[in-house]
Design a protein around this ligand. Structure first.
Ligand code: SF4
Length: 340
């Protein structure tokens, strides 16, 4: 990057979540005649759907990148810890910026922009959080936050004159009023409301994730996380049972099973698909609990006797249980099962 570089050759890579802040950040830079390429990341917890719509509205190209494997490493031991839920936001942002940095040379980009706003979030967007992202990602002074830039130290693209700092903003805090006003000024009329974009900030997913990362740390991959998101979860110590909530989920769970899992279904009538995941071969108590849950969430829930089969292909085992769904609560108490 040089001072002499013609303005119309300057190119920024924008982390685009598709939320309003990331759109405004990109638009502020576009308005300085700088080319912007969007990048959005995917994992079982967030996707690029909103970013696709945003890129279309901004009329910029978008690159999407699945970062599940890197994110799992972050979730195993986030340097800056978790937020209120299972959200390691500082480390996650640093990961995303690091991935953007990896792309920068091949895209001949000059700097990276994000929609971060100083003090908008209690931990990750304090000055220390923003500085940690810049340092841990390796981006240092080539990460620019256009919405809060005037409140932050000057970055390299500002110092070198690629970006006019005077045309950036000094927004801070949790209020969205200035962003809404700016959106109006910049002609951004369609944008999603904040929140809801990341399942790591969802309370029920958080409970499951804490268990999974406590007991199954060495086994986690994308399919494991897909299972963690699906169905109703019941945990007995380090084993868990997942009961599908609809036909599609049952089908998906069937595809996500490992060879060690037991599949549990009613023998004669349609009903949920249930899987049992345990580190050792599950005992009859655990399988019977799975059978009771499967029966309870089926249309046969009022019957006195429901036939349920548990099977495992690896062990070549099939067990049939005849259960009374009304006994479920007693079994849950006996097994000290926890619903998550
Ligand atoms: S909200 Fe989710 S996607 Fe966003 S930084 Fe935090 S953990 Fe990452």
């Amino acid at each position: 990057m040089t001072k002499e570089k013609a303005k119309n050759n300057v190119r920024a890579l924008a982390l685009l979540s598709g939320g309003l802040d990331s759109m405004l950040a990109a638009k502020l830079i576009l308005n300085q005649d700088i080319e912007v390429i969007g990048i959005s990341f995917e994992s079982p917890f967030f996707n690029a759907e909103r970013a696709r719509k945003a890129a279309k509205q901004l009329n910029i190209p978008l690159i999407t990148w699945d970062i599940t494997d890197d994110l799992i490493d972050v979730l195993k031991s986030p340097k800056h810890g978790f937020g209120r839920y299972f959200n390691p936001c500082i480390d996650c942002h640093a990961l995303m910026v690091r991935k953007a940095m990896e792309l920068l040379p091949s895209l001949q980009g000059d700097f990276i922009i994000t929609g971060e706003v100083l003090y908008q979030r209690p931990k990750s967007q304090k000055i220390g959080g923003l500085m940690a992202v810049a340092k841990d990602s390796g981006a240092h002074d080539i990460i620019l936050r256009p919405l809060s830039a005037q409140l932050l130290p000057q970055t390299k693209p500002e110092i070198e004159g690629l970006v006019d700092r005077n045309r950036l903003c000094d927004i801070q805090g949790r209020s969205r009023e200035r962003q809404f006003a700016l959106a109006h000024t910049l002609g951004i009329n369609e944008f999603p409301m904040p929140a809801g974009g990341c399942l790591l900030t969802d309370i029920s997913v958080t409970g499951r994730m804490r268990k999974i990362f406590q007991y199954w740390k060495d086994y986690i991959g994308r399919p494991f996380l897909q299972i963690a998101k699906a169905g109703r979860h019941f945990w007995v110590k380090d084993s868990f049972i997942v009961v599908s909530r609809n036909e599609q989920e049952g089908y998906d769970l069937g595809n996500l099973m490992s060879v060690w899992d037991y599949k549990v279904e009613l023998t004669n009538v349609p009903g949920p698909t249930t899987i049992v995941r345990a580190k050792q071969r599950p005992d009859d108590d655990l399988l019977e609990l799975a059978a009771l849950l499967t029966a309870r969430y089926s249309k046969a829930r009022s019957n006195d006797a429901v036939e349920v089969m548990a099977e495992n292909y690896l062990y070549k085992e099939r067990k049939v249980f005849t259960v009374n769904p009304s006994m479920l609560e007693e079994k849950i108490r006996f097994m000290q099962a926890e619903q998550l």
